[in-house]
Design a protein around this ligand. Sequence first.
Ligand code: ZN
Ligand code: ZN
Ligand code: FE
Length: 742
Amino acid sequence: MRGVVQGVGFRPFVYQLAVRHGLTGYVGNDTAGVIVEVQGEAEQVERFLEDLSAHPPPLARVHRVESLERPAIPESVFTIRPSQTTTDRSSSIPADVATCADCLRELFDPSDRRYRYPFINCCHCGPRFTIIRSLPYDRPATTMAGFAPCADCEQEYHDPANRRFHAQPVACPVCGPMVWLESDDATRIERDDAIRTAVRVLDGGGILAVKGVGGFHLACDATNADAVARLRERKGRMDKPFAVMVKDVEWAKRVAAINDDHAAVLIGPERPIVMLERHPGQGGRMDGVAPGLHTIGLMLPYSPLHHLLLGDRPLVMTSGNSGNEPIARDNTEARERLGELADAFLMHDRDIHSVCDDSVIRVFAGHEYPIRRSRGYAPLPVKLPRAGKTVLAVGGEMKATLCVTSGDHAYLSPHLGDVENPDTLAALDRTADHLLELFRLEPDRIACDLHPGYLSADWAARFAERRGIPLVRVQHHHAHVASLLVDAGGNGGPMLVACFDGTGYGTDGSIWGGEFFLADGDRIDRVGNLKSIPLPGGDAAIRRPYRVALAHLWAAGLPWCDDLPCVAACPPAERKILRQQLDRNVNCVPTSSMGRLFDAIASLVGVRHEVSYEGQAAMELEALAGEGAEPYPFAISGADPVVLDPGPLLSSIVADLRAHVSVQLIASRFHAAIAEMIRVVASRRNVPVVGLTGGVFQNIALLNLVSHRLRADGRTVLTHRQVPCNDGGLSLGQAAIAGGIR
Ligand code: ZN
Ligand code: ZN
Ligand code: FE
């Protein structure tokens, strides 16, 4: 059996099944998956096979079962064999799983020997990917190797009737890892006292660094505005939202609107951060957590330590790093890098081998819509439509992930962050090595972005040279489109894809980001785009949306009048320089970016003139948008490619501003206009299927508006389900193109 069959209680499950059917033989792991040999009455063997595929263990994902007949041999029992290392193709690696209900019951049962033990786990829950050093997945190949099990744990491990039968990270207070608390006064408090003292630190408004499953978190009381403000100050994170961990779904309902789909994702074994709509006026005490937004990211506790820390109070749980550094992984690193940030450290001695940030999920149309695919999901494979070459793809620059392919499986790394400094580049380097070693892969090709200035592209070029393999540079938006095609399927027939994001290097050297592609078979052709405008000063404009607004006004031939919020936000001296740059076309980068158009509108209407994190202006604009508004007009010219000019839209907004139309209505009409652009291009091309990808589609309000319009025209809409529409999904698309699958 191949698929996710290791570390999910598969061997015990097969054992119990075989014994129930009175069969002899064995079950074992190897790097290719799980191997079973059974012998017995033909009828029993048949039933065994039926049960095997009908009710696999809850966390298993069986991708393929191959079987063949062997001659009978003398054997009298069914056994579980120790793992064998083979050179065959690797199997999948299980992802980390949140504490299960059975373990939770024991955790809070005073008569249980693991009462309040923060490392309780079983066959169906606990750390997996983050502690695995190599395959096959057995205790000596994990960071639990140094903890020799005590007699009780050993007994449970070997008892087929026990729910810890062959649970690799099995541990207890006698033999397993331990927590302790470190603070400034150099006192060290151990075990349960450490947890109780840590709770008091949080009670007192302190900031606690907590070692979790995939890295350190910085935690504080989410209802304590001073503590939240202090955390922002120390982290140097002005407005970017913090995730909040709450006790259960009931608690989450106090803060946000939660339907059954949201609840299912919240309590799922992956335990991601779920982006939810806040109750209007609710959570006033938690305003500092997500300033200016109508959404809040909530997650439920996923490690026993979280359950012990949380109690009835919501906690900010933000990744343990400052700025754009990677999340802190080991104790030494945490002491060094988080020393200035945390008042105390709750540490433990179970090492984290692979860093894994929390995943972030939105729910769209009843299914998961990933924003960040990391802990709980990585490195579970994404199925490719067919087998291609073995590729290592390094993604782009922002929100990078790596992807390696093997046969028809693509394995994506956890979220690496923005690869723009030596720290994140080192994380990329380490992750690439680890993934290739784990899966025993020798890439035929390496893929990266077309952008000449990306650190990841340089890294890929060096890798290609060292290994003597071809480097494939994939255009940014082609990669987005390919990623959607792999993720969402499609029938291979002609399909229009709207690919809207902030920045991507185009094949003509300009910056793209408001693009339409026609995907047909193996071809991906650009068939339309937002009208290109000159953007003065490039990156400076990304941090200051008012500059983009002024550039858009200039391009639309609209005067910079002082009554417009974006003009007022620009200091007169800067205005003068901008004007000269635009008039003379000096230092201007042409861009067709849709993300920049959102920035421009946010500033034009006075919502946001400067941003402290990527996507802030667009998110605040989304927060204001409602349904049912009349779209603003826009102009269309050309046939192939078709060019969409937002000029009329801008002049209508200027008129509405002067007529004192509400910002909510303007934002709604703007969103409707973007949706209408896609509808119009789709009907001109008259394609039955329309795909939506690129970071702009993290905007659920827009996604809803577009989908309604397209469906009303009888078209099918394809959106992401397994990988993010943002640059976190790029590596998958790069790998698909370089591997010859698209
Ligand atoms: Zn469990
Ligand atoms: Zn033990
Ligand atoms: Fe992008």
